[in-house]
Design a protein around this ligand. Structure first.
Ligand SMILES: Cc1ncc(COP(=O)(O)O)c(C=O)c1O
Length: 410
């Protein structure tokens, strides 16, 4: 079949005239295919899924009830544009309560349709062709993708165990630093599970001021902080002069599909984000914003989600240790990032996390997500579906028996 006339028209940023013709299969598609194969080849074997990074529960009933009422209000029907005061004010109360951070809801907060969209839009505020965004890897790549869309470059900062999963700013070449406009960090970090410290954030502020860089701290997982108290970048002196923090109700409030989060911090940065956003969308449905405001005001919700995923992670860590994995309780997120096995005693060897992950899915129906950007690692998510603690324990027991039988080598 011949190409349509528009085959030649695709922009270079998505592959140009070769768009849609590549044979490269992306990581998550490979996982999906391996899962399908495991289910087809071994229908008798339950697929144990540590791959999905999505909350397993619905939003709390109290929040759904507010939503049910808000959906019937005439005044909520229209374009929400840059958001309603109810939500911004609830954000300001939440930031004060959780982190001791004071924000002006009118100028220092703006909602977003999930933090993903905010990460996609921030580069539009700063990146001209040739400008650089510093991105930590492994990590959530969206801000980097959009930096490239605008003709910018991404400089990768590896998060290594030997650096305690913090980026090493001293390794950035002078030429890159001169062209750098954005630094994107993410704590609690996905997938490493590392939480930030005040000292690290103070270093980030100093680095940003010294090199005239804007900081975007992605706090999508912040409610799921197990080590110490949840920490906001904005609670560190000087942070509001250099950056913004992006939050989300997806993970901490079981509201992943509702698509609601916010950008907060420096008012001029929030304004620039709002201007770009205003040219991309017309705001989240006001009923959702109002239900999210009610969620933010309910102190019991973050505590509940955190307790559940902390409990599940503890069980997972103990079980994996008994199977030979070298791992410890993450400081935050619902992910465990563990060194990938090197092979099987008397069996295949793995040259990457991806090879190990493919083997575990296809041969043993255990799904994980590989990360090979900075060493070979496997990510285990504890968002698996289990009705109660007994079901969690049964899942751990089943995983343990399968893993012990295969005798992994590290
Ligand atoms: C580190 C990180 N940032 C941002 C997001 C996006 O979250 P949302 O758009 O649901 O707020 C995710 C979701 O997986 C994430 O893991």
């Amino acid at each position: 079949m011949s190409d349509p006339y528009f085959q030649q028209l695709f922009a270079d940023r998505i592959g140009g005239a070769n768009y849609g013709k590549g044979t490269e299969i992306y990581k998550f598609e490979k996982i999906k295919r391996a899962k399908r194969k495991a289910l087809a080849d071994h229908p008798e074997r339950k697929l144990i899924d540590f791959g999905i990074g999505e909350n397993d529960e619905m939003a709390p009933e109290s929040v759904r009830q507010v939503m049910a009422a808000e959906i019937n209000k005439t005044e909520n029907r229209g374009y929400a544009d840059n958001g309603v005061a109810t939500f911004k004010e609830a954000v300001a109360r939440f930031m004060q309560r959780m982190f001791g951070v004071t924000l002006d809801p009118a100028t220092e907060v703006n909602h977003c349709i999930g933090s993903k969209t905010a990460l996609a839009m921030m580069p539009a505020c700063f990146i001209n062709p040739g400008d650089v965004t510093l991105m930590t890897v492994p990590g959530y790549p969206v801000a980097g993708t959009h930096t490239r869309y605008y003709g910018g470059e991404v400089f990768r900062l590896p998060l290594l165990a030997e650096n305690d999963f913090f980026p090493d700013f001293d390794k950035i070449p002078e030429d890159v630093l001169r062209r750098t406009k954005l630094l994107v960090i993410n704590y609690p970090n996905s997938p490493t599970g590392k939480v930030a410290t005040k000292e690290f954030y103070a270093k980030v502020v100093e680095f940003a001021k010294k090199h005239n860089i804007v900081v975007i701290q992605d706090a999508a997982h912040t409610v799921l902080t197990f080590e110490g108290e949840p920490l906001s970048f904005l609670s560190v002196p000087g942070a509001k002069d250099v950056g913004v923090e992006i939050h989300s109700l997806s993970k901490g409030f079981d509201m992943i599909g509702w698509r609601i989060g916010w950008v907060c911090g420096n008012p001029l940065l929030v304004q620039a984000f709002s201007d770009v956003k205003d040219n991309c969308d017309s705001g989240q449905f006001i009923a959702i914003q109002n239900a999210a405001a009610a969620a933010l005001d309910d102190e019991s919700i973050p505590g509940r989600t955190k307790a559940k995923y902390e409990r599940r992670l503890k069980k997972l860590v103990e079980m994996l240790k008994r199977c030979g994995f070298e791992c410890e309780m993450p400081g935050g997120t619902y992910f465990l990032y563990a060194k990938s096995p090197k092979g099987i005693a008397g069996g295949p060897k793995f040259d990457s996390g991806e090879a190990a992950s493919q083997y575990l899915i296809t041969e043993h129906s255990i799904c994980t997500v590989p990360w090979d950007d900075a060493g070979a690692f496997l990510r285990f998510s504890v968002t698996y579906v289990a009705a109660d603690e007994a079901a969690e324990d049964a899942l751990m027991a089943e995983t343990e028996s399968r893993l012990k039988e295969i005798q992994l080598e590290f």
